[in-house]
Design a protein around this ligand. Sequence first.
Ligand code: FAD
Length: 647
Amino acid sequence: MSRTARQSWDVVVVGAGGAGLRAAIEAREQGLRCAVICKSLFGKAHTVMAEGGIAASMGNVNQGDNWQVHFRDTMRGGKFLNQWRMAELHAQEAPERVWELETWGALFDRTPDGRISQRNFGGHEYPRLAHVGDRTGLELIRTLQQKIVSLQQEDHRETGDHESRLKVFQEYTVTRLLKSGDRISGVFGYERESGRFFTIEAPAVVLATGGIGKSFKVTSNSWEYTGDGHALALLAGASLINMEFVQFHPTGMVWPPSVKGILVTESVRGDGGVLRNSDGKRFMFDYVPDVFKEKYAESEAEGDRWYEDPDHNRRPPELLPRDEVARAINSEVKAGRGSPHGGVFLDISSRLPAEEIRRRLPSMHHQFKELADVDITAEPMEVGPTCHYVMGGVDVDPDTAAAVGVPGLFAAGEVAGGMHGSNRLGGNSLSDLLVFGRRAGLHAARYAAGLAAADRPAVADADIEAAEAEALRPFGAEGGDPAVSQGAAENPYTLHQELQQSMNDLVGIIRKGPEMSEALRRLAALRERSRRAGVEGHRQFNPGWHLALDLRNMLLVSECVARAALERTESRGGHTRDDHPAMDRQWRRVNLVCRLSEESPGSAAADPLLGLVRVAHREMPPIRGDLLALFEKDELVKYLTDEELTT
Ligand code: FAD
């Protein structure tokens, strides 16, 4: 029998970013005992890096804003592929979630008359992003942590134990979801520092593990974004949708090489920054697609007037959705009009006084000074596209965040799919985390509370032993490739670099059928080699071992991205096909659903190119009539088929 440490909780939340913490708060507020597990330090989730702000139609800066306008913008940004019910709930509930944060102690920047200030961002019709300078994520996490501490203090007063109802396990990594029959029964993983294994039994698990950026070479994402939640869900029998849609943020740093990919917030453009090529031209005016032509300025003068008088002018094209701007930058660089280090110029220095830049964009000022020795108050930045966000994720029920087909599993935040369609608008992630984090916590709690004690799924010893054996394979233990124990192991770092390079080169911002087929061939070879990923030493703080385990997840999600991207023969949002450049209305009705192959691993190994993932087409549910009525017919014809328009 396994001697792995074992505990029992009602709800386990995997991930302590915005989505996970909001879910945990809700589960605890419902009276359930909730454990939060995070692989990094508590407080160092990805959410902390969010800069620009949180989108919510509070209408503080322009009273024309309301949830319907936010819903419209979100659907346009996602090119109408969004799960519309999620987009509706998100737009309706985001303001309440922001006000709630304020009651919990968040200190947002203010308007002159004392309301929460809101700034412009790409794709948002009105100034909509509540913010704290360019450090909004930090304030969001600080506030949620503070709320957790206050709940723990309440629990201490009642039970004498701060952690009786809400406990954080930091630097714990989950490697397997456990099931009893079809139902979730808990999680298994290891402690980062000691390498000891742990099991937590719980009938409800909320995945809030964030994104997948570390599968790509140039990314704004940090080390923990290895697609763990996506892979854990797949391995537990759930499906992933929209995995072909990966967002390449238009403005990452391009120089020096050591910082390539680090994000330059969209607030720079929201606050007036402009993009220029090596000829000094504001090239975005040449890249406004037909579907957006009516909404964007035709001249620099009009675009500039918009900042002062948005009611009588159209917005500058630098504020088009991210997919459009990223493609435009890519084209300029390819045409030989790039900056010296392979990007373009982003200039705020000639647009705002130095003092104002330092006030509004303190982190950007600091980041460029420290990392690139560039003073953004005096000279332009060099920027280029960087892998930033995955729109695809766990297939969930829009109202409850329950993973389709796996009772007891829930997902929220970046790991969940559907909300953002083919392209996320800036600021819509932080609001998504709070809206659907709360919903996931609420419904996970209700699900767990609804089970009688005798009906709780139990964790089987055999499942723990299998999870232990899998985790120990990189040490050449039982079940791995004998070559590992004989010393012919593959280096996990080399495998990771090859994976990142392949995804960057072959499934990146501009895609072609033959290149993606080549990517699948390389992934098959890497998958075979990863069975021999081996490490030396012991289990105590061994980053090589951790990476060897993360490789399984990155390879799985990369296969989902490549297979779905090869299948979708059109260009839409974050998915651009050089060989299928147009958006096709027939494809709008299709969700691509990735599942783990049901064939035995043996047969997949016999033909490795078949891989481990199968992609199926699923028709999107029709958009509800009252929501469609929010759009002009002229606009809908660009996205919907004739059949959809007449029904
Ligand atoms: P995260 O905040 O990433 O949290 C994931 C958690 O899961 C972490 O605690 C991690 O340790 C844990 N975890 C992962 N795997 C495991 C595992 N196997 N076991 C245990 N724990 C695990 N969005 C906006 O809306 N506005 C912005 O201004 C904005 N700016 C951004 C700036 C940057 C630089 C970046 C990178 C992103 C930005 N985004 C922004 C996007 C947004 O920050 C993220 O999408 C969002 O924070 C994701 O939150 P999350 O709660 O889903 O996951």
